[in-house]
Design a protein around this ligand. Structure first.
Ligand SMILES: [Zn+2]
Length: 362
């Protein structure tokens, strides 16, 4: 197949392509409307397409747009799998649940975060207890998110970050910036102070699954880390040994990476979405893998995120700097080239097929 037409330039176009492919595949579709609108005034929603027996014991779940703008990738993979008929002959007692744009606001606005500047994949902590500390972020806060975004300020900030990396290592810097923080609501990788709309919506979908599913395998599509077009299989190994064992058996132990084991392109994280899925579906074994595709070098990606945080705290909608920073956000999280899209679809299909086969044996 040609991958390119499955991917879209905008959230609205992605949504239309996904819904058309889901309808053609015979899926039932649930639309969960988001209260806000996109930059073009269009409606925002998380759409859930379901295929297979409605009360199946096993379920394969795919998720796009956990990190908003990263949804260009996941949406394309989801649409391709529906168009290509990947789910026409499902194993017995197995359903497929494709969650499209769980963070539709971030997708539409070319942001990684939700409407409240929250990193959804740091939002699944217990908000009634003290938040995890991130001393590295606190240390570097003024350099990570400076109040101005001019050449001189950026150069000074860059020097401060480079000095930190020289003293503590590149991964320590990555963890300080991206590990998650709960002290700076206008900063980057902010985990929020309450469950955000996308958090509540994800729990709702998993609570419905918990009515019947007992084995759930999840592929959560991401972009922004690792080599160009490479699809790394990342999981939080320590949190759930049964899930880790399943993922290793289904997808290959050599291919599974874990930030906590130090063999992943991701820094260790707090508040990730798999915790919420398990809490919402306590009667099921939930095994979650993040399928993470590289796009551009990490420095460029983190700089785009810092610029975007500055823009939404201090910038002006529609200004030239707005257009430039939004274009850069898209460029670092979406490999809008035929070769990249072919790599995403090939890898996405392979992982999907392996997970379906693994579920069938579970
Ligand atoms: Zn991501």
């Amino acid at each position: 197949m040609t991958a390119d037409p499955c991917f879209a330039d905008t959230y609205s176009q992605a949504r239309a392509r996904f819904l058309a492919a889901a309808a053609a595949a015979g899926a039932t579709i649930e639309t969960i409307r988001h209260p806000l609108r996109g930059p073009d005034g269009g409606m925002l929603a998380c759409d859930v397409a379901r295929l297979g027996p409605p009360r199946a014991r096993r379920a394969l779940v795919t998720i796009s747009g956990t990190h908003g703008v990263e949804g260009h990738c996941g949406s394309g993979a989801q649409t391709a799998s529906l168009r290509e008929g990947l789910f026409t002959a499902l194993p017995a007692d197995t359903s497929v649940v494709a969650i499209h744009a769980i963070n539709p606001h971030g997708f539409a606005w070319s942001r990684r975060v939700t409407e409240d500047n929250v990193d959804l994949n740091r939002n699944f902590v217990d908000h009634s207890t003290p938040y995890p500390a991130n001393p590295g972020y606190e240390d570097l806060r003024a350099a990570i998110c400076p109040p101005r975004w001019d050449e001189a300020t950026r150069a000074t900030a860059r020097q401060r970050l480079d000095d930190y990396a020289a003293a503590h290592g590149r991964m320590a810097l990555q963890q300080a910036i991206s590990g998650g923080q709960y002290a700076d609501p206008h900063g980057v990788f902010f985990g929020g102070h309450a469950p955000t709309w996308s958090n509540r919506t994800l729990r709702r979908v998993f609570a419905a699954l918990d009515q019947h599913a007992r084995e759930i395998g999840v592929i959560d599509y991401h972009t922004g880390l690792g080599p160009y077009g490479h699809g790394e299989l990342i999981t939080s190994a320590h949190a759930n040994p049964p899930a880790y064992a399943r993922l290793c058996a289904w997808l290959g132990k050599d291919e599974i990476t874990s930030p906590d084991l130090g063999n992943s392109s991701s820094a260790p994280l707090v508040g990730v979405n798999s915790a919420g899925m398990r809490e919402a579906a306590p009667n099921a074994q939930v095994s979650v893998v993040a399928l993470e595709f590289g796009v551009r070098p990490l420095d460029q990606t983190l700089d785009a995120l810092r610029a975007d945080a500055w823009l939404h705290a201090h910038g002006t909608f529609g200004s030239p700097e707005w257009m430039a920073i939004k274009a850069e956000m898209r460029r670092v999280f979406y490999g809008d080239e035929p070769r990249w899209k072919e790599m995403i679809v090939a890898r996405g299909f392979a992982v999907t097929r392996r997970m379906l086969a693994g579920l069938a044996a579970a």
